[in-house]
Design a protein. Structure first.
Length: 462
């Protein structure tokens, strides 16, 4: 793989376009695969509380009924992800810059979409708190050291890994996590096939496109956070910027050279989206089927302080008691890895928000990184405080965060359509079939989320 253009420079700003960074897009699948990465980092943050906790809990509660929704959730939102990545390449803007173009109520610096995003990010910190609880519950069972102490230990480890770290560090960490949880997922699939409670006929019942009579709140949360959640759709634009897709394309020029590079790097980005989609779809479906095939048959739904013990049954019921420790290793990798990856993404977005609010200039990389590190601390302290306030209710915490993400999906879907038709450079328009998929995705997201969420909120507060 050829060195990146900035490799010879001591300092470079991944958010600034510089003609010295221009790079021709790779040709051939092998060369393209060497340039993917943002999707892998995203996959590291995706496979976490949604898959191990919420998805498995949904399967345990409703059986195979919602299998269709889990698969649709993973596939359909990747279309929105691809269009946001394309926008980044065309306009060299971050996710928050992009949605700040959306018309509607606004202040001097930001609009209503950014306000909605900020509220969502705060609520998704409940998911981070749930992951701190989950991984700490595992360590409590291994060491008999209190869960609260382990929450603090994992908080410190998160700071050590993230403070001062750039994209390259995150990509390396993500590669390790993705490789490990891929092995765990393959093992999970083998476990499912050997489970006496599994049957192909029952699994096929998950494609009747039915909604459950109970567990709808978890179902909405699962749709919000499985596959690419609303937070990941925003975050992906930052990983694309830091990977260099817009920089490699170069400053906009009305000519064939820029158009060729833009289309080439958009193709690389599309491969990145598809590759990561395959990874997290397989992992998500595997954990859902384990919940439906094993826990549902046992009549056990993970919850509270016993969440980890109940979840471990997906291994121990097939392999025996010794497999509990195998599950513990997998849970640590999945949950702690997601804490790190999700916090890395959120901290970049919050740092960018400070720029939008006028706290530093666009070209001030040192200030951007300083704010990023500030938010690494803030965005991990808040979940720790949530743990001490709300106690051990991880499934409920994941559900709250997931419902917040689900509520954001119609907004970001409509925003993506607006940006494509009003702000996308005409030299980088997508093929007609991709545009059709974007419309289908947006219509499905709006048609499922708004009525489902409204009905569930009416039950909760009506």
């Amino acid at each position: 793989m050829s060195a990146a253009p900035h490799a010879s420079r001591t300092h470079f700003d991944p958010y600034r376009l510089d003609p010295r960074d221009i790079l021709e897009p790779p040709v051939g699948l092998a060369n393209i695969l060497r340039k993917i990465g943002p999707g892998i980092v995203l996959a590291a943050s995706i496979v976490g509380s949604g898959e191990l906790i919420a998805t498995t809990a949904l399967g345990a509660k409703v059986g195979y009924t919602m299998l269709w929704l889990v698969i649709v959730s993973c596939l359909i939102k990747s279309v929105v992800q691809a269009f946001l990545g394309r926008y980044v390449i065309a306009r060299a803007e971050t996710g928050l810059d992009a949605v700040n173009h959306i018309p509607g109520p606004r202040t001097k610096h930001f609009n209503w979409v950014i306000v909605a995003w900020a509220i969502m990010v705060f609520l998704t910190l409940f998911q981070i708190a749930a992951m701190f609880i989950g991984v700490s519950q595992v360590m409590f069972r291994l060491t008999d050291i209190a869960v609260g102490a382990w929450v603090i230990i994992f908080w410190v480890l998160t700071l050590v890994l993230l403070l001062g770290g750039g994209y390259a560090r995150m990509e390396r960490l993500a590669m390790v996590k993705v490789g490990l949880f891929t092995l765990i997922t393959l093992l999970a699939a083998v476990l499912l096939m050997t489970s006496p409670s599994f049957s192909v006929a029952e699994m096929a019942s998950g494609f009747r496109f039915e909604l459950p009579s109970q567990g709808m709140a978890i179902a909405i949360a699962v749709f919000g956070i499985t596959g690419v959640g609303a937070t990941e759709l925003y975050i992906y634009t930052y990983w694309c910027v830091e990977k260099g897709y817009a920089r490699y394309t170069g400053p906009y020029e009305d000519g064939e050279a820029w158009r060729r590079r833009a289309r080439g790097w958009a193709h690389v980005m599309n491969v990145d989206v598809v590759f990561s989609m395959i990874i997290y779809t397989v992992a998500t479906v595997a954990f859902y089927l384990l919940g439906a095939g094993i826990l549902h048959a046992m009549g056990q739904v993970p919850n509270g302080a016993e969440m980890i013990d109940v979840l471990s049954n997906i291994y121990t019921q097939t392999l025996g008691g010794w497999a509990r420790y195998l599950f513990y290793v997998g849970a640590i990798i999945i949950l702690f890895g997601t804490i790190v990856a999700a916090t890395a993404g959120h901290s970049r977005m919050c740092s960018d928000l400070m720029r939008i609010l006028g706290q530093y200039d666009k070209d001030d990389l040192r200030a951007r990184n300083r704010w990023r590190d500030v938010f690494v601390v803030v965005l991990t302290v808040i979940p720790v405080v949530m743990f001490w306030i709300f106690g051990q209710a991880p499934v409920q915490m994941v559900t709250w965060g997931g419902m917040a993400q689900a509520a954001m999906l119609p907004i970001i879907s409509c925003a993506t359509l607006y940006l494509y038709y009003r702000h996308m450079r005409r030299t980088l328009v997508a093929p007609g079939w991709m545009v059709a998929l974007l419309w289908i995705a947006a219509i499905f997201i709006i048609g499922f989320v708004i009525p489902s969420l409204a009905g569930e909120l009416k039950k909760m507060f009506g």
